[in-house]
Write a protein that binds this ligand. Structure first.
Ligand SMILES: O=C(O)CCC(=O)C(=O)O
Ligand SMILES: [Fe+2]
Length: 307
């Protein structure tokens, strides 16, 4: 289903398509025109999704002390952490998060991986592998559409950001679930796992709500894909609003190039045009972006990725 709506309060489904047999042409127009689409998740076994949902809900409901056993350490990005207040004037991000580097396996640091509930690590592992597989299929089609040979190095890293947005009864314009930003990734696959809305994408200067779909994952084009395509595909700016009555949970799976790789516009795509972006190491960019509050800035502008 495709609906284009750009007024507050209406829902957009963007483009929803099955992963198997994704039509290359539909994927191309979704990437070129929207920077956003939805893929059906029916290829991911129900048990993998159910286990992940149950364990994550269980984890977020644990007492704070228990969650803090897996808390972020100073200077580290991984683990459980709460949004914090830097100044009275900032827009608050109304959420708790668990952030973990999940792929490739040898890049994992296990300390912040929760052991309560006991099955959680296994659930994360299975969910992570399934999403890698789906991302691999999507990237293969994207590469074909672009007519480039994308080495698999460009999407071997994965990090999961699991977010809990409590209901916010005093919702006003100073509170957002997540401030506007674009993702520093090739593709981000978002699962709105308890079916509560709040995610909005920016399209033609308007915020368009994305309706959670029980059988779909939201896919965002990220900044690295924009950079590699020299702007042919644009990353999508998005934000999350708070809900006065309902809590919300989501998992964002960021797929990135290998951390020690340098990424810049691909010469096959740039051709005779001017390069619009710098070539930078992935881990350097990720460090700047993940350790800072973006607060309304597009990541690629923030990280000064433009030439
Ligand atoms: O919660 C969501 O739907 C999206 C979260 C998000 O944009 C992010 O984690 O980067
Ligand atoms: Fe995001």
């Amino acid at each position: 289903m495709e609906t284009k709506q750009s007024t507050e309060g209406k829902w957009s489904h963007g483009k929803t398509m099955p992963v198997k047999n994704v039509q290359a042409a539909r994927l191309r127009s979704a990437c070129e025109e929207w920077g956003f689409f939805q893929v059906k998740n029916h290829e991911i076994p129900d048990t993998v999704l159910e286990n992940m949902r149950n364990d994550l809900e269980h984890f977020f409901r644990l007492p704070l002390d228990e969650k803090n056993r897996f808390g972020q350490l100073p200077g580290d990005l991984q683990g459980y952490g709460q949004a914090f207040v830097e100044s009275e004037h900032q827009t608050l991000d109304w959420c708790d998060r668990l952030y973990l580097v999940t792929q490739p396996p040898h890049d994992r640091e296990m300390r912040p991986w929760p052991t309560t509930p006991v099955s959680f690590r296994e659930s994360i592992e299975s969910y992570s592998s399934e999403l890698m597989r789906v991302t691999g299929s999507l990237m293969a089609i994207i590469a074909r559409n672009l007519g480039v040979d994308l080495p698999s190095d460009t999407y071997v890293s994965q990090a999961l950001r699991m977010t809990y947005y409590p209901a916010c009864p005093v919702a006003h314009d100073k509170v957002l679930g997540i401030s506007p930003h674009s993702d520093i990734s090739m593709l981000t696959l978002v699962w709105e796992l308890n079916m509560v809305g709040g995610l909005q994408i920016k399209r033609q200067d308007a915020w368009v709500p994305v309706k959670p779909h029980p059988k779909a994952l939201v896919v965002n084009v990220g900044d690295f894909l924009e950079i590699m395509t020299n702007g042919k595909y644009q990353s999508i700016e998005h934000r999350v609003t708070v809900n006065p009555h309902k809590e919300r949970m989501s998992i964002s799976a960021f797929h990135l190039p290998k951390f020690d790789m340098s990424v810049g516009p691909l010469s096959e795509i740039v051709g005779a045009e001017l390069k619009k972006y710098k070539t930078l190491r992935v881990d350097e960019v990720a460090k700047v972006v993940f350790s800072s509050k973006l607060d309304g800035k597009k990541t690629k502008d923030y990280a000064m990725l433009r030439v």
